[in-house]
Design a protein around this ligand. Structure first.
Ligand code: BES
Ligand code: MN
Ligand code: ZN
Length: 502
């Protein structure tokens, strides 16, 4: 699907569907909606006058008026004026463009929704994001794929001095959402078809198209580095683990080494729990335990064109957690890359083992800021529900940056404690530390505190995305299943950072 910006009159564009946004409780149409209404002989005002449409957020109506070059009009509710936000715009655009795909509209024209009230470029970007996210479906395994993808979406605004910045915003929104879509597609893949080796193949494609360097550590290479925690997790599977390193960005900036950001993504291509086997219900969904890795790859896919004056490193420890004959047993002790002895009390707490070695590896990037994304604990969903991921860091500045990027991107974060009180739960009878506490209480915080042992004094934040990487129900911009959570959050954060650096 192509998505482009056009300067012009929305009402005069030919299209399969023309989208207009209407605020809740608005008696008088304004902006693009008013222009369309006039040309369409008052079809929109008639809809409102009959109270057939309230303008509630993401509400939809389809009209077939004469007087327009578009085959149909999709009216979408923007909700009340007071609550209008970029995220509402994103969701409203998603709802409308998804409907257009279902109606097989082929081409869509849409204004930058909410542009008269919000920052116009930000509104254009959010509209473009919604236009890509809403109609997304994963069809690789369907013999009857349903309505085909749309051919083109045009974001149309009347000629203004801002045309250049709006065009750039639409391009940015489309690129960011395409990164999210890549993450969703990867996460949707059945584990049988996306083993650690296959994840490496996909990482190669991404690195190639993103102009990033790629290094892949196989088992002997990990053995040489002493990455025994990752190796331990991979041991029970017929598919060996891999450690993927991507790197992109300038070698130097004004003669100085550029500021470096390391993004780590948990890449468990299937989490059976290992010998501490998970119960059968919902187990098929554990293919999404590589959603952190998918977010890292989605980020890299979206980097070309972003022009960030940063060196960006992606680290992906990839493994399949299986109960094979060589699998880790509860009670086994692993020596992690930094020499810490870990007693594996629960083989299902495998994500933190992978991240332990990955965080130690990240220490080689001196002065870097490190953010990990991991579907780490079921407990984060118990704590927060499905709408907001958990943020753990002791760095208040980094927390503030990430929290505000979360609000901007609509991929929200809530700060959780990383206090040393939780250390108590990690004491081992045998080794330096256990990988899983005896009690389930505060599970997400205990897991984060485990990671802290390996992050050391890195400038580091941990995002537990187990609850946000998979949507339990359809929403306008995401369907039940993989959300691609984290890609747009990271892009928003990095973009804001870059503008501070220059
Ligand atoms: N991948 C899971 C966490 C998870 C659970 C992700 C539900 C998505 C949905 C992780 O590896 C895990 O199994 N964590 C355990 C930790 C426990 C053994 C300390 C958990 O959350 O139960
Ligand atoms: Mn697990
Ligand atoms: Zn897991």
């Amino acid at each position: 699907m192509d998505i482009v910006f056009r300067c012009g009159n929305l009402a005069q564009r030919p299209a399969g569907a023309l989208v207009v946004g209407v605020l809740k409780g608005e008696r008088k149409l304004a902006g693009a909606a008013a222009v369309v209404d006039r040309r369409a002989h008052g079809a929109l005002s008639a809809l409102l006058a009959r109270h057939d449409f309230s303008g509630a957020h993401a509400e939809l109506a389809v009209l077939y008026p004469t007087g327009l070059k578009a085959k149909r009009v999709l009216v979408v509710g923007l909700g009340p004026r007071s609550g209008l936000s970029l995220h509402r715009v994103r969701l409203a655009a998603a709802a409308a463009v998804r409907k257009a795909r279902e109606l097989r509209a082929g081409t869509v024209v849409i204004p930058a929704l909410g542009a008269d009230r919000l920052d116009p470029a930000a509104a254009a970007q959010a509209t473009a994001e919604g236009a890509v996210l809403g109609p997304w479906r994963f069809t690789a395994y369907r013999t009857k794929p349903g309505a085909p993808a749309l051919k083109r979406v045009e974001v149309v605004e009347p000629g203004t001095k801002q045309a250049k910045s709006l065009a750039a915003a639409v391009e940015r929104g489309a690129r960011w959402a395409e990164g999210t879509v890549l993450a969703r597609d990867l996460t949707s893949m059945p584990a049988g078809d996306l083993t650690p080796e296959r994840l490496v193949e996909r990482a190669k494609e991404v690195a190639h198209s993103a102009g990033a360097k790629l290094e892949v550590l196989d088992v002997p290479a990990m053995e040489r580095l002493g990455m025994n925690a990752i190796l331990g997790v991979g041991r029970g599977s017929a598919h060996p683990p891999r450690f993927i390193v991507l790197e992109r960005g300038p070698k130097a900036l004004r003669g100085q080494p550029p500021p470096t950001v390391v993004v780590v993504g948990k890449g468990v291509t299937f989490d059976s729990g290992g010998i501490s086997l998970k119960p059968r219900d919902g187990l098929h969904e554990m293919k999404y335990d590589m959603a952190g890795a998918a977010a890292v790859l989605g980020l890299f896919a979206a980097l070309p064109g972003a022009r960030l004056p940063l060196r960006i490193v992606g680290l992906i420890p990839a493994a399949e957690n299986m109960p094979g004959g060589r699998a880790l047993k509860p009670g086994d002790v692993l020596r992690a890359m930094n020499g810490t002895f870990i007693e594996v009390t629960n083989t299902d707490a495998e994500g933190r083992l992978l991240l332990a070695d990955a965080l130690v590896y990240a220490r080689r990037y001196e002065g870097a800021t490190v953010v990990d994304l991991a579907t780490l604990t079921g407990a984060i969903g118990i704590a927060l529900g499905p709408y907001v991921a958990g943020l753990f860091t002791t760095d208040d500045g980094l927390a503030a940056e990430l929290l505000s990027a979360g609000e901007g991107s609509g991929e929200r974060l809530w700060r959780m404690p990383l206090w040393d009180d939780y250390e108590k739960e990690l004491e081992s009878d045998t080794a330096d530390i256990v990988n899983a506490a005896a009690s389930r209480e505060g599970g997400a915080c205990v897991a984060a505190r485990f990671l802290k042992r390996f992050a050391g004094d890195l400038r580091w934040a941990h995002l537990d995305i187990a609850n946000t990487a998979w949507a339990p129900a359809d929403r306008p911009h995401e369907r039940r299943g993989p959300t691609g959570y984290g890609v747009r959050l990271l892009l928003e954060w990095l973009t804001r950072r870059a503008s501070k650096e220059t």
